[in-house]
Design a protein around this ligand. Sequence first.
Ligand code: BTN
Length: 245
Amino acid sequence: MKENMIGSKIIHLEKAPSTNLYAKQILKDKTPEGTVIVADIQTKGRGRKNRSWSSPKGGLWFSVVLYPNISPDQGMLITMAASVSAAQAIEDVTKIKPVIKWPNDLLVNGKKVCGILTELETKLDQIIYAIVGVGINVNNQIDVKLKDIAISLNQATNSQISKVKLLQSILKCFDKNYSYFTSGNFAIIRDAWFSYANILGKKIKVQDEETVIEGIVRDVDDNGYLILDTGDGSTKIVTGDISFL
Ligand code: BTN
């Protein structure tokens, strides 16, 4: 993989409904792998499970277009590479070490500072494209309704953070981590992920729609799924919202 592939083309928009949606549009024109779309404001920012994602001015809202040569089962590994990259960049720029909360949230002081939404288009056993959307609360005001669960880097550090430096750092980290990934060195990302995640051996509850499962985290497997010891065997968790017990 050539160096600086991620970010080789950057599209900057003042306002967009959602950078993930914009990415989907330009995929029709076969935009090169590594294209980044960044918007100052999103009017219809989206999170996981189709939740809305508050995206006012001052935050970092962007998407990366990738064409990974992997099976859809491994799609989650892309998100892991992205969350490690965001964690490394936040640590690099702010000196604060965020915690990765499985599967893809980054927390500071127990509150969400970054979310990642990876959208895949698949055909048979192949990924046609992946759009990795990253949202980071940088200098933006946190919506009053989210004050108990979300935080900005500005609040956490008591200083204005350069969005440009942060974006540059993430793209550099992501470029490196994605090249580990495509060259079969996923173990490096997995180790880095564990160093931020602090989840092994913890008792957790996983909620997915109506289903709730409790257990102790024994591992995150080669596809990025959680392996839980539920007391009567081990269970693989593919998706859900976790909380610590
Ligand atoms: C989540 O935690 O639920 C994921 C949030 C992802 C938000 C980002 S912001 C840039 C990109 N565009 C979107 O509409 N969503 C992602």
